[in-house]
Every structure is written in structure tokens, then in C-alpha cells.
Design a binder for this molecule. Structure first.
Ligand code: NAP
Length: 200
């Protein structure tokens, strides 16, 4: 995840890690500025009004259910429902979409699908998109989507685009799954997914 300490949106970043005192996490925190810190996932979620869920899909149910009371919190869901097996990507079954499953595991939270179409290099350094790159937002809560859009607005050249209700997360996840599949083929003519704003 991008190394944000205190972003220009004024949000303080608290990393949630199973091993918040590990050297690699301490390094990440140190590189993120003085406002950042690391706690266990449950402690981080208890402290924060906005929770970014960014775990491998197979770990996500247990993690979300371990986070305690998420009532009223905004969840930014970056997950894509697949796992790597023998160097390949294998799609994992979901009911509707990964985002809708997270919503079911955290019924009082306001889930927004976001960031899942961005390659990690672009997440860490948005300028690597080499131009405007649109982040689709799917969710059922308008205020939560507004908050997600506000965060994205602080990360130029990323742009956000509201693609509608949380059920539309399915389409956004399928775009990302295709992109992962193509990247793993390592073909010289492969494409990388960047969603550009429509040409005028
Ligand atoms: N990588 C990308 O380019 C990219 C782009 C878009 C979307 N995504 C999606 O974002 C999510 C995270 O991707 P990632 O590449 O960041 O994954 P990752 O590096 O494999 O995992 C992220 C973090 O999740 C924690 N974790 C890993 N396995 C876990 C387990 N079994 N139980 C509990 N926590 C576990 C680990 O944190 P600790 O060890 O510190 O606890 C790890 O650093 C995935 O759903 C992926 O599909 C990834």
C-alpha cells in the first residue's frame, strides 16, 4: 500500500498488521511519515473511521470477522477474489462479488469497492500511471463513496468514478481478474490495465 503518513486529505494512516512490531513494518511506518503507526488489524480498525481491507481473498473472511464492531465505519475494499496456484491465478467463488461478501461479514459497515483495479506499483506511486487513471467506486452509501472520492482526489493523477451500487463491484472485480490473468501470462504483447478518462 502507498506510503501515506498524513495525506493531504488529513487522514492519519494506521497500518493493521499481524506483526506490527516486525522490522519490515517498522520500516514501512518510518517511511510513511511521523503521523503513521502500526497496530494489530483489530486495534487499527477500532481506532479508525475508515478501514481499508487489503488482504489476499482467502484470508479476508477471517480478518474482517476479527476486526470487531465495524458499525458505521467506511470499508474501502481493494480485494480481488482469486489466489495464486503454481504460478497461475485461480478465480475463487463469491456470492455476487467479493465486496458484497465483505458487506455481509460486516453488515453495519459502509463498503466501497475501490483501488482493486490499480497495480500495486501505481498504488504506491500514482504518477507511474503516466497520466490520469480512473479508480471505479462501487457502493451503496453515497457518503462513503464521497469520502473515498475525496481520498482519491488527494492522489493525482488518480481520478474516481462512481460506477453505482455495491452489486456493480462484480464488474470491477472481473476487470481486475482479467488484468491479473494477462499479466501472469508474461507475454511480450500483454497489456496492463489503466482506466483512462474517456477522450473528449
Ligand atoms: N498487489 C496488487 O497489485 C493488487 C492490486 C489491486 C488489488 N489487489 C488486491 O488487494 C489485496 C491485497 O493484495 P496484496 O498484493 O497486498 O497481498 P499480500 O501482499 O499477499 O497481502 C497483504 C497483507 O495481508 C496480510 N496477510 C497475508 N496473508 C494473510 C493471512 N493468511 N491472514 C491474515 N493476513 C494476511 C499481510 O499483512 P501482515 O503479514 O502484516 O499481517 C500482508 O502484508 C488482494 O485481495 C489483491 O487481490 C492487489
Amino acid at each position: 500500500m502507498a506510503r501515506w503518513g498524513r495525506g493531504s486529505a488529513g487522514h492519519t494512516v494506521i497500518y493493521g498488521s499481524r506483526t506490527p512490531d516486525d522490522a519490515r513494518i517498522r520500516e514501512l511506518v518510518a517511511a510513511s511519515g511521523t503521523a503513521a503507526r502500526a497496530l494489530t488489524p483489530a486495534a487499527a480498525a477500532a481506532t479508525a473511521p475508515i478501514v481499508m481491507v487489503t488482504t489476499p481473498w482467502v484470508a479476508t473472511e477471517a480478518i474482517v470477522k476479527s476486526l470487531g464492531d465495524l458499525q458505521g465505519k467506511v470499508i474501502l475494499d481493494t480485494t480481488n477474489p482469486f489466489e495464486f496456484r503454481d504460478g497461475r491465478d485461480v478465480e475463487l467463488p463469491v456470492e455476487g462479488s467479493a465486496a458484497q461478501m465483505i458487506q455481509a461479514w460486516a453488515p453495519g459497515a459502509k463498503v466501497v469497492k475501490a483501488f482493486n483495479t490499480l497495480n500495486f506499483r501505481v498504488m504506491a506511486a500514482p504518477e507511474k500511471a503516466e497520466g490520469p487513471s480512473t479508480v471505479p467506486l462501487a457502493g451503496d452509501d453515497a457518503e462513503a463513496k464521497r469520502i473515498a472520492a475525496e481520498i482519491i482526489a488527494t492522489l493525482p493523477p488518480l481520478l474516481s468514478f462512481d460506477v453505482g451500487p455495491l452489486s456493480n463491484a462484480y464488474y470491477v472485480e472481473m476487470i481486475a481478474l482479467l488484468s491479473v490473468n494477462v499479466l501472469l501470462q508474461k507475454r511480450p504483447d500483454a497489456f496492463e490495465l489503466v482506466l483512462r478518462p474517456r477522450a473528449k
